[in-house]
Design a protein around this ligand. Structure first.
Ligand code: NAD
Ligand code: AHE
Ligand code: ZN
Ligand code: ZN
Length: 369
C-alpha cells in the first residue's frame, strides 16, 4: 500500500515528504495507522548524524499513537481497531531480560531493530524500488507503519491519540526515571538538568514521588515557567554563573541533592549532574543520549565517596504490561500531557517541528496525520 511519510534520505538534511510503499505485515506483525506522533530530541540526534546506529535512508519517529489496521499470521494479542502505542522498547515476556525482573530492556529483536530492519531482517518500506530503513522499530513519521506484535501496547480507546502519543517516549521516560530507576522517596531533593519534554516529565515524576526540593537547571529561562507550573521549586540558569561550575552552585544551594537527572545528552553536564549529588548517597540518572565518540568523566573519588551513576531507558517501563496504566493515569488526571503539547502540525510541516525544538521554542510538537 501507499503511505505518506517524512523520509530522512541522509544525515543533516531536512526530512522529505514522500509517498512510500509499505508492504503488509508478515507473521507476528501488525500494520498500524499512525494518528499522531511527537517529535523527540532523539529523532533530531539521529537525523544529525551523531547516532552511531543512524542508518539512511530511514523513516524516523518513535513517539506515536495509532490504530491497528491489519494483523499478520499468528498475531493473537491485537486485533483490527485496537488503539495502540508503538514501543521502541518491546516486551516479549520470555527473553532472559524480560524474565530477569531487573530491566525493561527486552532484547528479543534488539539486533535487527538497531539495523533498521524487521525481525526477519527485511524492511517493509521502499520508494521506487529503493529500500528505506525502519527506525527504533517504530517509524512513526509514516502514516502507515508495520510493527512486531511484541512492540505494541494496546491502550484505552477513550484516550486522545494526539495527546497520549507522548507517552510513547518523553513523558513516560521522565516519570519512569524518577519512579522506577531512581525510586525517589518523599522529601528527597532533586536536580533536573534540561527542561525539554524529558526534564519536565522528570519534574512531574518528582512531584508524584512527593520530592521536597526540585531544582531545575536550563540555559533557556523560558522553560522555567512550565517547570514552575509542574511543581519545580528552584530555578538555575548556568548563564547567570559564568565563573562557577554549576555543580558548585547547586551544592551551595542544597548541600548536595539526593537525586539528579541529566536530560540533555551533554557529557559535561552529566559530570556536573553526578558531582552535585550528596556525598555518601546521592544518585545521578543519565537519560540524555550523547553522540558517537562522546564519553563521560569524573574523578573516581566521586564514586568512592558514595555517589552513584545510573542510566535509564524508557524510564524503566515495560511497555506492554505497564504503559496502558500510564494512559489510564492520564485519563484519571494524574499525569499531565496537554500542557506539554506546544503546537500541532501536519506532516508536511514536520521540519518546522525540528527547527522549533532546536530554537527552544517548544516543549513538544505533535504531528497529526
Ligand atoms: P529537548 O531538546 O526538548 O530539551 C533539552 C533541554 O536542555 C532544552 O530545554 C535546552 O535548553 C536544555 N539545555 C541544553 N543545553 C543545556 C546546558 N548546557 N545546560 C542546561 N540546559 C541545557 O530534548 P528532549 O526531547 O527533552 O530530550 C532530552 C534528552 O533525552 C536528549 O538527549 C534525548 O535524546 C534523550 N532521551 C533519552 C531517552 C531515554 O530513554 N534515555 C528518552 C527520550 C529522550
Ligand atoms: N542509538 C544510540 C542510543 C540511543 C539510545 O540510547 N536510545 C534510548 C532511547 S532514546 C528515546 O528517545 C534507548 O532506549 N536505549 C536503549 C537501547 O537499547 O537502544 C547509540 O548510542 O547507539
Ligand atoms: Zn524519544
Ligand atoms: Zn523480552
Amino acid at each position: 500500500m501507499k503511505s505518506r511519510a517524512a523520509v530522512a534520505w541522509e544525515a543533516g538534511k531536512p526530512l522529505s515528504i514522500e509517498e512510500v510503499e509499505v508492504a503488509g505485515p508478515k507473521a507476528g506483525e501488525v500494520l498500524v495507522r499512525i494518528v499522531a506522533t511527537g517529535v523527540c530530541h532523539t529523532d533530531a540526534f539521529t537525523l544529525s548524524g551523531a547516532d552511531p546506529e543512524g542508518l539512511f535512508p530511514a523513516i524516523l519517529g518513535h513517539e506515536g499513537g495509532g490504530i491497528v489496521e491489519e494483523v499478520g499470521e499468528g498475531v493473537t494479542t491485537l486485533a483490527v481497531g485496537d488503539h495502540v502505542i508503538p514501543l521502541y522498547t518491546p516486551e516479549c515476556g520470555t527473553c532472559e531480560y524480560c524474565r530477569s525482573g531487573k530491566t525493561n530492556l527486552c532484547q528479543r529483536i534488539r539486533a535487527t531493530q538497531g539495523q533498521g530492519l524487521m525481525p526477519d531482517g527485511t524492511s517493509r518500506f521502499s520508494k521506487d524500488g529503493r529500500t528505506i530503513r525502519h527506525y527504533m522499530g517504530t517509524s512513526t513519521f509514516s502514516e502507515y507503519t508495520v510493527l512486531p506484535e511484541i512492540a505494541v501496547a494496546r491502550i484505552d480507546k477513550a484516550a486522545p491519540l494526539e495527546k497520549v502519543c507522548l507517552l510513547g517516549c518523553g513523558i513516560t521516560t521522565g516519570i519512569g526515571a524518577v519512579l522506577n530507576t531512581a525510586k525517589v522517596e518523599p522529601g528527597a531533593s532533586v536536580a533536573v538538568f534540561g527542561l525539554g519534554g524529558i526534564g519536565l516529565s522528570v519534574v512531574q515524576g518528582a512531584v508524584m514521588a512527593r520530592a521536597g526540593r526540585i531544582v531545575v537547571v536550563d540555559t533557556n529561562p523560558s522553560k522555567f515557567e512550565m517547570a514552575r507550573l509542574l511543581g519545580a521549586t528552584d530555578f538555575v540558569n548556568p548563564k547567570d554563573f559564568p565563573d562557577t561550575p554549576i555543580q558548585q552552585v547547586i551544592v551551595e544551594l542544597t548541600g548536595g541533592v539526593d537525586y539528579s537527572f541529566e536530560c540533555i545528552g551533554n557529557v559535561d553536564v552529566m559530570r556536573a549532574a553526578l558531582e552535585c549529588c550528596h556525598k555518601g548517597w546521592g544518585e545521578s540518572i543519565i537519560i540524555g543520549v550523547a553522540g558517537a565518540g562522546q564519553e563521560i568523566r569524573t574523578r573516581p573519588f566521586q564514586l568512592v565517596t558514595g555517589r552513584v551513576w545510573r542510566g535509564s531507558a524508557f524510564g524503566g517501563v515495560k511497555g506492554r504490561s505497564q504503559l496502558p496504566g500510564y494512559v489510564d493515569r492520564y485519563l484519571a488526571g494524574e499525569i499531565r500531557i496537554d500542557e506539554m503539547v506546544s503546537q500541532e502540525l501536519p506532516l508536511e510541516r514536520i521540519n518546522e517541528a525540528f527547527h522549533a525544538m532546536h530554537e527552544g521554542r517548544v516543549i513538544r510538537s505533535v504531528i497529526r496525520y
